[in-house]
Design a protein. Structure first.
Length: 164
């Protein structure tokens, strides 16, 4: 990771087996990549690792494909910020039970998730809920997208969605 400026993190979810060139260009120069589920093939992670270190969690379909190869959630500290990487959150304003408990007792600076694969940059209290959407464009009429996070220190996380 670079010593000057914010830590730049690429965020993807719901990736096809062959990653689009536009995505690879969009991730060029990031310090780290987070994959929030919908991996579909472990070779996808290998390709992403050619660009930057990768942290990944599976979604329910990935469990079927490669079992226990990945943890279902990861607590990460990056650039002084605390992130929770998980696939399924529910709605940011009405999160699933385990996420709700986490927010009440030990809220991270950001929760990065991939399902449902709808782009989201939503603040709830002091926590950023961030979903990059779907690289595959899952669902009729849905745009293909990925996300970028910038971390400038503890509690200083911002995010943006980029269309492919």
């Amino acid at each position: 990771m670079s010593g000057a400026g914010p830590v730049r993190i690429g965020v993807v979810a719901d990736t096809p087996r062959t990653l689009p060139e536009a995505l690879l260009r969009g991730l060029d120069g990031v310090d780290r990549i987070l994959h929030a589920g919908g991996i579909h093939a472990l070779a996808v992670l290998d390709r992403l690792r050619e660009l930057a270190p990768v942290d990944a969690v599976p979604d329910e379909d990935d469990f079927v494909a490669f079992g226990d190869a990945l943890d279902d959630a990861l607590d990460l500290e990056i650039g002084g910020a605390r992130l929770l990487l998980t696939s399924l959150v529910g709605a940011p304003t009405d999160p699933l039970g385990p996420i709700r408990v986490r927010l009440e007792h030990d809220p991270p600076d950001a929760i990065v998730f991939g399902h449902p694969p709808l782009p989201a940059v939503t603040w709830v209290g002091g926590t950023l809920f961030f979903c990059p959407g779907s690289v595959r464009g899952a669902g009729p009429g849905r745009a293909r997208s990925f996300g970028l996070l910038a971390i400038e220190g503890p509690g200083r996380v911002s995010g943006e969605i980029r269309d492919l």
